[in-house]
Design a protein around this ligand. Structure first.
Ligand SMILES: [Zn+2]
Length: 203
């Protein structure tokens, strides 16, 4: 009898399991967060639950750059101060946060939502390349900065993009200097990213 899970421990166990599924959270942290919430006032649990629901209900993709946004077009695409002749191509929305944090870039972005990876079955049509190419047709973009990760998938993607974009007469550059092979942009520090941006070379 004494090993029977009570309804309370079911609720705890279930939440621990859900948290443990998230990236970067191991079973220990999942437990710590769950017990922290258990001790917190009901209001904070409600606020967290609402924030989680809002995330899925309110966030959509910008129809111009494919970044996650609550309003379409997103704040970057809407900002007249941004240089619309430069488009920096990244794999994930988090990469924009990293680049914006440096304050070194004033152009626009395009989010691919992935990278080409034949081994994982991710092809050209599985990421937002079609949207990018459509966007580049009107001749208003003079430089595309390839800021995909410096791992195998990121390099393959950069290579492919350079091959299809160069014929449009658009200058294609690649972040390079200071970013060691295998770097995920999202985890690079400001200094390294700024240097990589400034030192970008024709690709
Ligand atoms: Zn946008």
């Amino acid at each position: 009898m004494k090993n029977d899970p009570t309804p309370a421990s079911d609720a705890i166990g279930r939440l621990v399991q859900e948290f443990a599924r998230l990236p970067g959270i191991g079973p220990k942290s999942a437990q710590r967060i769950t017990f922290h919430l258990l001790r917190s006032p009901e209001e904070s649990a409600r606020t967290l639950a609402e924030a989680l629901l809002n995330l899925k209900q309110k966030i959509t993709l910008c129809s111009t750059c494919c970044n996650v946004t609550e309003a379409d077009p997103c704040t970057i695409c809407r900002n007249p101060q941004r240089d619309s002749s430069q488009v920096c191509i990244v794999e994930q929305p988090q990469d924009i946060l990293a680049l914006e944090h440096t304050g070194a870039y004033r152009g626009q972005y395009h989010v691919l939502h992935g990278a080409i990876s034949p081994t994982e079955g991710v092809g050209v049509d599985d990421i937002r390349i079609r949207e990018l190419m459509a966007r580049l047709q009107d001749g208003s973009v003079s430089e595309v900065i390839l800021a995909t990760n410096t791992n195998l998938e990121g390099e393959q993607t950069a290579m492919y993009l350079s091959r299809v974009i160069a014929p449009l007469g658009i200058k294609v550059t690649r972040l390079a200097r200071g970013l060691p092979f295998g770097t995920e942009l999202e985890y690079a520090d400001d200094m390294t990213l700024t240097r990589a941006l400034e030192g970008r070379s024709e690709f």
